[in-house]
Write a protein that binds this ligand. Structure first.
Ligand code: NAP
Length: 300
């Protein structure tokens, strides 16, 4: 089944980008959208994020064959409940949440008789809201689908085809494994950035103006990540608790080992680690997941 009518619930960075990507890359697909915020709905109309911005979630989904929930992971259940009564019985329900196991549980509790195929486009920025979206967000980025073992194969194929139209590459994964992988590639890096920026702003013997003035030494790259949406990230940590805590345990052990190496003057350990990490950066560039330009392409 080819997707023809998509309803997007939540018209911030992700929802807006999906609407704009459809408009640019798959204009044959009709889009409707809804956001709980009146202000966001007004901006979405003005920017033309979707063809029709509805005033209720029910109105947005009443003719949809695919509904994508683009709200914070802690709000997925509530968003699904708000449209349950108006949802066509054959519609596929999906989402873009950054953690997958808790979202799958929340959606299946609210919509037990519907086809639910959770998904996570691994693409984003530190911006949020209806002005943040752009049509190329998903180009050459992975979109991970986490269908249940007994999921409808035709629905998985339709959703994969939909994301491919928006430029994504597809990976199918078990939800639990997704949560572990993303804990280490995304959630822990955000936690570290929030911590280091918080620590620097709490220092007593180094002033805040010194931290800002000399931020090019590395700090400012953490501040980009630490500027990410507080609601979204609060929900990610509360909803991916066990995977994050497991990876955080591993991280703390490695940090302690580094502390020991520095204290004991063990340069060999430091050099060996820093050489391995440099190779990982090279692989990311080789696989087209970042730009090779020095200093992230900043102009000097
Ligand atoms: P966003 O820009 O803040 O947009 C979310 C929108 O959903 C907001 O306008 C919010 O309105 C609205 N909303 C909240 N509860 C709602 C409800 N029950 N019904 C309808 N609308 C509701 O957030 P985002 O960055 O697009 O993130 C959306 C989802 O994508 C999250 O689950 C996140 O984990 C996932 N994701 C994010 C990124 C990223 O880099 N940002 C990447 C991949 C996946 P209010 O602001 O008024 O609450």
């Amino acid at each position: 089944m080819s997707i023809q009518n998509v309803a997007i619930i939540g018209l911030g960075l992700l929802g807006g980008s999906i609407g704009l990507a459809i408009k640019e890359r798959a204009p044959e697909i009709a889009t409707t959208g809804f956001d709980a915020s009146d202000t966001v709905r007004k901006r979405a109309r003005k920017r033309g994020l979707v063809s029709h911005v509805a005033d209720t979630a029910g109105e947005a989904v009443s003719n949809a064959d695919l509904v994508i929930l683009c709200v914070p992971v802690g709000a997925m259940g509530e968003a699904a409940a708000s449209l349950a009564d108006a949802l066509p019985s054959n519609a596929i329900i999906s989402d873009v949440g950054s953690s997958k196991e808790s979202v799958a549980i929340a959606l299946s509790e609210v919509l037990p008789d519907h086809t639910i195929i959770p998904a996570h486009p691994v693409a984003g920025t530190e911006q949020s809201g209806p002005d943040a979206g752009f049509a190329t967000l998903f180009a050459d980025r992975w979109c991970i689908l986490t269908p249940a073992e007994d999921a409808d194969e035709a629905a998985v194929a339709s959703l994969s085809e939909f994301w491919e139209k928006l430029g994504s590459k597809i990976e199918i994964m078990d939800a639990k494994h997704h949560d572990l992988v993303l804990a280490v590639t995304s959630h822990i890096p955000h936690l570290i950035a929030y911590t280091i920026v918080g620590t620097a702003s709490d220092l007593e013997d180094v002033t805040r103006s010194e931290v800002i003035k000399y931020s090019a030494g590395g700090f400012r790259d953490f501040t980009r990540i630490a500027a990410s949406d507080p609601v979204m990230w609060r929900d990610v940590f509360l909803n991916n608790k066990s995977a994050v805590l497991e990876m955080l345990g591993r991280f703390s052990e490695d940090l302690t080992a580094l502390q020991r190496a520095i204290r004991s003057g063990d340069g060999e350990t430091l050099h060996e680690l820093f050489s391995r990490t440099r190779a990982i950066r090279r692989s990311i560039i080789e696989q087209g997941q970042d730009d090779a330009a020095p200093d992230f392409g900043r102009e000097h």
